[in-house]
Design a protein around this ligand. Structure first.
Ligand SMILES: C[S@@+](CC[C@H](N)C(=O)[O-])C[C@H]1O[C@@H](n2cnc3c(N)ncnc32)[C@H](O)[C@@H]1O
Length: 268
């Protein structure tokens, strides 16, 4: 059976609402990936005025950036529960007045355009499994970013993630049985049990080439790329030992062998 874009978007919304409401996300990823956070600071994000965290989740990166900067931050997500969790975490800080929340309405992002930096961290773009919608999203980011702005995003690598699902949907395509969204190479879907409920995740998995191509179509050029981590993100955010080991390994391997790939793209 084909699944249309609205069904996918609704499923992802329900998945993440439960993930955040059940506290499953915070337990699994209790803090930012330190290597990515360090990278954001190296790229000058503590000095900019306007940041958009697109697919901000519970604000694990936004909160850390608010601590380090005086920037105004726009926090966008399709999960209302994620924004509620972010807002409640902000209440214990003095940063609330520097944050604008935008829930699921892309036009709501126009208010602070142009952004100096746009973040799409830890697989946000991959959840938009239809190519034309990903391009629409990236074109929107292009329209919102300053001419000298920075787009920093990370996506799961097709060479590291979900080999069984890739095989299964690849075989269905070869045999002519694949229905949308699985008729597109790299699209997968899987179920994970989180806090007592089976949750469905849609993902588009990327190679560096396919990511470069999509970004180029939307008017961005990649200038830097690295592995986001070698070990799964939950491991590097929960164990300082694994984090140290991971940082060493990351300096030796190509981006595509990372669990995820982190790239810096600039508008052209
Ligand atoms: C893996 S989480 C990453 C959250 C955050 N960036 C982080 O690093 O913790 C993916 C996030 O993308 C959001 N998301 C899923 N589909 C989206 C879409 N079409 N547009 C914007 N955000 C989306 C989810 O609600 C979720 O908060």
């Amino acid at each position: 059976m084909s699944i249309d874009a609205n069904d996918i978007s609704r499923t992802m919304q329900e998945t993440y609402d439960h993930y955040f409401l059940s506290d499953g996300y915070r337990r699994r990823y209790p803090e930012p990936n330190v290597a990515t956070m360090t990278y954001l600071l190296e790229k000058g994000l503590a000095e900019v005025d306007q940041i958009l965290d697109f697919g901000c989740g519970n604000g694990r990166y936004s909160l850390a950036l608010l601590e380090k900067s005086q920037a105004h931050l726009t926090a966008y997500d399709i999960s209302a529960a994620s924004l509620t969790e972010f807002e409640s975490r902000l209440r214990t800080t003095s940063h609330r007045e520097r944050v604008t929340f935008v829930y699921g309405d892309l036009d709501g992002l126009n208010r602070y355009a142009c952004y100096d930096a746009i973040l799409m961290l830890f697989g946000v773009l991959s959840h938009v499994v239809e190519r034309n919608l990903r391009l629409e999203t990236l074109h929107k980011m292009r329209s919102l970013i300053r001419a000298d702005g920075k787009l920093i995003l990370s996506v799961p690598s097709i060479f590291r993630r979900r080999p069984w699902e890739l095989f299964k949907y690849g075989l269905a395509r070869t045999l002519g049985h694949a229905r949308p969204p699985h008729d597109e190479a790299g699209n997968i879907c899987f179920t994970r049990r989180i806090q007592g409920r089976n949750l469905t995740f849609f993902y588009h998995l990327y190679s560096l080439r396919t990511l470069c191509e999509e970004l180029a179509e939307a008017g961005f050029a990649i200038s830097e790329w690295q592995p986001e981590s070698v070990f799964p993100e939950w491991l590097v955010t929960q164990s300082s030992l694994m984090r140290c080991l991971d940082r060493r390994l990351c300096s030796w391997i190509p981006a595509e062998l990372g669990y995820g790939m982190r790239v810096l793209a600039n508008p052209v």
